[in-house]
Design a protein around this ligand. Structure first.
Ligand SMILES: C[S@@+](CC[C@H](N)C(=O)[O-])C[C@H]1O[C@@H](n2cnc3c(N)ncnc32)[C@H](O)[C@@H]1O
Ligand code: SF4
Ligand code: SF4
Length: 300
């Protein structure tokens, strides 16, 4: 991270904590909900299958930038499927950088060649060892690993959503993140139980066991891009929701926190680690603040 970006975020954090500001800093743009996969745990793929046009996405970027957002994520559907004429996801990332976003990341299922050297971080969904990943995501594990090895970027971070199918595969993903040179880290979430995937949710005790293992892996040197200090609130779902400093834009519609904000009773069962981490940070939790500084400077 550039020093100037670091000071920008430090100033934002301090003023948010001291004055209880609710201005956003992190924004996500959904480029399309079209997807080539149909994962067992996912409720947001292929609802409309519309590819949003480049000009519209450009305007959405400008709007978010104008609101103060400086960390931008592109998400989907599958982001690497996005096209408008000759334009691809890479053009969106380049445009976001030109507009002035300080960090530009994308989330992908990793089944397409990872030709995105301009992105600060490619969050690549890996949901276990071959067997458990494929049980959730179809027969994609080998293709993803091939793409990771041929990637035009070493800024890949595995992204694992832990659920009933893959809760036993945390160690495998930590080891893969440690051993593959193109991969910087792994970041975890717990399954967030949309109405059609409630059966995949973890109990409090299962979440606690996962957090103990992740913490142990961190102590053993696994590159984990999460904060141990946020684990207690994640296990008990006692962090405040939604996260006011995060917004998501989908087809011109702006929502606070995630597109899931309108799903009844979901926020109280939220499994997204970033929500637990950011909300506690902006409430002035010193432990989270110190750990975040250390972790973000290491991986971004
Ligand atoms: C919706 S996908 C879109 C990007 C891309 N298609 C992918 O799979 O990475 C973004 C991330 O959300 C995760 N995800 C989907 N449904 C979830 C849920 N109910 N709870 C937690 N994470 C979920 C996916 O595993 C993926 O890592
Ligand atoms: S690849 Fe991503 S968007 Fe597609 S079904 Fe899987 S989790 Fe959902
Ligand atoms: S707090 Fe609510 S809106 Fe935010 S990510 Fe969690 S479930 Fe979605």
């Amino acid at each position: 991270m550039k020093l100037s970006s670091f000071f920008y975020f430090a100033r934002f954090g301090i003023s948010t904590i001291l004055f209880g500001r609710e201005d956003p800093i992190l924004g996500t743009i959904i480029v399309t909900d079209r997807c080539n996969l149909s994962c067992r745990h996912c409720s947001v793929n292929n609802l409309t299958s519309v590819m949003h046009p480049y000009e519209q996405l450009q305007q959405e970027m400008q709007q978010l930038y104008g609101m103060g957002v400086r960390i931008l994520f592109f998400c989907g559907g599958e982001t690497f499927l996005w096209r408008d004429g000759e334009k691809t996801l890479r053009d969106l990332v380049v445009e976001a950088k030109r507009i002035g976003f300080l960090i530009v990341n994308t989330v992908t299922n990793g089944t397409f060649p990872l030709d995105l050297p301009e992105a600060d971080l490619i969050l690549l969904s890996l949901d276990g060892d071959r067997e458990r990943h494929n049980a959730i995501r179809g027969d994609t594990y080998d293709c993803i690993m091939e793409n990771v090895k041929n990637a035009a970027s070493d800024r890949i971070c595995f992204y694992m959503a832990i659920n009933q199918i893959n809760k036993g595969a945390i160690r495998d993903v930590c080891q893969a993140a440690r051993d593959i040179k193109q991969v910087r880290a792994v970041s975890f979430n717990f399954h967030t139980p949309y109405p059609d995937t409630q059966d995949l949710a973890l109990s409090r005790e299962e979440k606690a066991a996962c957090c103990r293992l992740i913490a142990q892996m961190m102590d053993e040197g696994a590159p984990v891009f999460n904060l141990k200090s946020a684990f207690p609130a994640l296990i008990d779902n006692t962090f405040p929701t939604p996260c006011r400093q995060c917004v998501v834009m989908e087809n011109g519609k702006l929502s606070t926190c995630g597109r899931c904000v309108e799903v009844p009773d979901l926020c109280g069962r939220c499994g997204y680690f970033f929500v637990a981490e950011y909300t506690q940070l902006f409430r002035g939790n010193i432990k989270v603040l110190c750990e975040m500084l250390k972790t973000y400077l290491k991986y971004i």
